[in-house]
Ligand binder design. Sequence first.
Ligand code: FEO
Length: 173
Amino acid sequence: MLSEKMQQALNDQINAELSSYYTYLSMSAYFTDQDLNGFAHWVRIHANEEMMHAMKLYDFVHSRRGRVLLQPIPGPTTHWGSSLDAFESALRYEQYVTGLINKLVDLAISESDHATNSFLKWFVDEQVEEESSVDLVIRDLRRVGDFGPGLFLLDRELAGRTPADTTNEAGSP
Ligand code: FEO
């Protein structure tokens, strides 16, 4: 069984992951509007990963006989100053989420909730990958600058992103 405090914290994290989904979907719509369909594709795959994160937590709460209580999702940002601005804000957001995951781990440890602590290790590792993948695009964008053909080529490259294989992950069908 989950403690009330742990259950609330996990529900808050479900909300944060769904907010991430909403934010990245909004960003994908922004890129589509900018005729940067490769960027839009890359970010949309990222949005879907956020939904998967939320559902992993959702299933975990149920598997511990806890109660999932969904909360309102704040309206996302809908406009960014540039592609670089969008990805820099994504990196700041990922760093914020990493902080939330770390606090969840701290809580699990303080409650000697070994099952939740073990479950959260996947999220700790995932945040390293999430921050790194966004940071790589930022570095490319900084290299490209305002050089139009460079942005065109980067857009083509990002169009090649394939969804992560989640078939072996908990909560997958
Ligand atoms: Fe689920 Fe990007 O954090």
